[in-house]
Design a protein around this ligand. Sequence first.
Ligand SMILES: Cc1cc2nc3c(=O)[nH]c(=O)nc-3n(C[C@H](O)[C@H](O)[C@H](O)COP(=O)(O)OP(=O)(O)OC[C@H]3O[C@@H](n4cnc5c(N)ncnc54)[C@H](O)[C@@H]3O)c2cc1C
Length: 362
Amino acid sequence: MQQGLRAEIRAVVAAADFEARCDSWMRGFDPAFSRKIAEHGWIGMTWPVRNGGGGRSNEERLVVTEELLRAGAPVAAHWTADRQIGPSVLRHGTDDLREEFLPAIMRAEVVVCLGLSETEAGSDLAAVRTRAVQVEGGWEITGAKIWTTAAHVATHAYVLARTGPPESRHDGLTEFLVDIGTPGLSVRPIRDLVGDHHFNEMILESAFVPDRRVLGAVGNGWTQVTEQLAFERGGVERYLSTYPLLVAAAEAGRRSPDRAVTERIGALAARLVSLRRMSLELARAIDRGEAPTRLAAELKLLGTLFEKDVVEVARYAFDVCGAEPGDLALLDDGLITIPSGSIRGGASEIMRTVIARQEASA
Ligand SMILES: Cc1cc2nc3c(=O)[nH]c(=O)nc-3n(C[C@H](O)[C@H](O)[C@H](O)COP(=O)(O)OP(=O)(O)OC[C@H]3O[C@@H](n4cnc5c(N)ncnc54)[C@H](O)[C@@H]3O)c2cc1C
């Protein structure tokens, strides 16, 4: 599919200097690499030409994202803005907001972090307590977000806050785009199990956000965020984060053939083909203007189960067939990062609930 575009992106990736890693869309932060991708028009590539976008299809974007993750390329600096905030601004933003954000995202100048989760609101975002109060010319936001990936390197924070009364649940939420340097906004690191810093706590203390930075309609945050999560959950990162490790495991099996290893790699390859078909279906649904929430939940659920198995099969393959230099570093990466796949972007139990509810109401 799209062989010309695929060859083009492969050439750019091959000429770049980086070390392939698992989870490169979250941990591979390299603004210079993102700028290079931007120069080729591969950020915002599906947005309408009238908004400065590339006017290409989601099927073409799928090829680009596939190739970047297959290579384990450092794409974290532009990933979130390109994947979900740009599309959200496009769907719900005012003309001013579109003009402010879309070209800058396309130039890879905007790094967005997602301020959704709170200590008492992760799976249940309707429990968000961060509060936005209307003041002259805008809003003052007060609250604490947690697990905010990349807030320490971001230029902007997406913040989901309560603008309705405390008991308003789904009905009283509003989305904001906040400059990370806003007075009253501070970021504290949270180190992970191995001491890496990608998580943060993001504190807002009467942080002023002008009216023009409200994303969409006041009080419509729930509908908008649900739609945004379809973009977050339905990408190839849900099953290609470990692709470099899968290739290393297959190579180990090729160097020292072993029947059990071959069978396990073969089974993974078959599942990968199915996941790619789902991705294609999803990209085509987005091209038709749909927000395919259920298909995105299915892809995320099956993709994260697949990734866990990639790590286990790689461990087995290296054990039985031996490992080359670099293989164990990839395995370490996978062992450390992939267990979180079934939590981030919505836990697997929540994906099952989304699928079941949508099936019941179909
Ligand atoms: C690597 C990583 C990166 C992240 N990055 C960000 C980020 O950038 N921004 C951000 O806002 N958040 C981020 N998160 C947070 C993530 O979105 C939440 O951890 C996730 O939504 C789960 O919420 P929680 O941790 O509060 O767990 P809880 O909601 O407390 O859930 C705990 C357990 O209970 C289960 N559970 C909860 N409710 C139900 C239910 N109704 N039915 C059945 N089971 C249920 C869950 O499945 C889970 O197993 C990140 C998380 C990880 C691991």
